[in-house]
Design a protein around this ligand. Structure first.
Ligand code: C2E
Ligand code: MG
Ligand code: MG
Ligand code: MG
Length: 281
């Protein structure tokens, strides 16, 4: 009986796996389709505030996907699918294109946009050239683009990601280490990366409530300053966090307390668009 029950359980498990795989393939197909005809995928932009004067001079591009039947699917779900299905490069280029066309609409050339890139994109041959091509097509100076990567690039043994970063930085594109402090990140990895900014993960910002919270952020900010890097705190949700982070010397703040990610239509209004500017002269 035990054997039969085991076989039965295995059959149920198998059917369950098959169902999961089927759903997964359906999502992959839908994402592929969405990327091909550009429907259902949208890029939102979250304002990033400077602690020095409270101004917004930067935005982070965040990808959104609305499935025709399943509704909105979070990036934490569809980015890994895109990576595994070989769609992450198409997705990355879609977002980069949207970001650069938005930059072209913002007349203030001090405004920059940060775009997230997957390690897989960075390691792909030709990545730097594709980025430069998109910048050139929209007439955007490289220094207006920041690329957010995770520390996992430091573990790329072939050094391809590092080479891509070095090439792009040599023409003025900036790089940030995203989600610092999350998962298995370490100061060691960070020291091996040539970047311009550290984004302190929201896990540390939440941790500000505990006694060790403050010294930890202080250590990160000091280490960053020592290396000549800027710091952004992510996931700022309260006034108290905003005040402490400002006091500790974080350069930039990002979070729901300041602004949620905005639809693209609502972004140009923050700065006044290039078109508006020229039509009034
Ligand atoms: P991330 O790059 O760390 O982006 C910040 C995430 O925190 C965003 O989630 C943002 O909506 C969210 N957030 C902002 N302020 C707050 C806050 O005050 N509290 C909390 N709890 N969350 C806040 P989102 O948009 O769901 O994106 C999740 C992740 O998906 C991103 O994390 C990024 O790693 C990835 N992602 C998003 N768009 C892209 C993309 O175009 N390409 C790639 N490769 N990854 C992307
Ligand atoms: Mg990011
Ligand atoms: Mg990220
Ligand atoms: Mg992050």
């Amino acid at each position: 009986h035990a054997k039969a029950a085991g076989r039965n359980a295995f059959a149920i498990f198998g059917a369950h796996m098959e169902e999961l795989l089927r759903r997964r393939r359906k999502l992959e197909e839908a994402l592929r389709q969405a990327l091909m005809d550009g429907t259902g995928i949208e890029v939102c932009y979250q304002p990033v505030y400077a602690t020095s004067d409270g101004a917004v001079r930067s935005l982070e591009a965040l990808c959104r996907w609305r499935h025709p039947e399943l509704g909105s699917i979070p990036p934490d779900v569809f980015i890994p699918i895109a990576e595994e299905a070989g769609l992450i490069q198409a997705l990355g280029q879609f977002v980069m294109n949207d970001a650069c066309s938005l930059l072209a609409e913002i007349s203030d050339s001090d405004v920059t946009i940060a775009v997230n890139a997957s390690v897989i994109e960075l390691m792909a041959p030709g990545y730097p050239l594709r980025v430069l091509d998109i910048l050139a097509r929209h007439g955007i100076e490289p220094r207006r683009l920041e690329i957010e990567i995770t520390e996992t690039v430091a573990t790329d043994s072939g050094g391809r990601a590092a080479a891509a970063i070095a090439l792009l930085r040599s023409v003025g594109v900036r790089f940030a280490v995203d989600d610092f402090g999350k998962g298995n990140s370490s100061f060691g990895h960070l020291l091996n990366l040539e970047v311009d900014r550290i984004k302190i993960d929201k896990i540390f910002i939440e941790g500000l409530a505990s006694p060790d919270g403050r010294p930890l952020i202080e250590a990160i900010v000091n280490m960053a300053r020592h290396k000549g890097l800027k710091t952004t705190a992510e996931g700022v949700e309260t006034i108290e966090q905003l005040e402490v982070l400002t006091m500790l010397g974080c350069d930039n703040l990002q979070g729901f307390q300041l602004s949620e990610p905005l639809r693209r239509d609502n972004v140009a209004r923050l700065f006044g668009s290039a078109e508006k500017r020229s039509s009034t002269v």
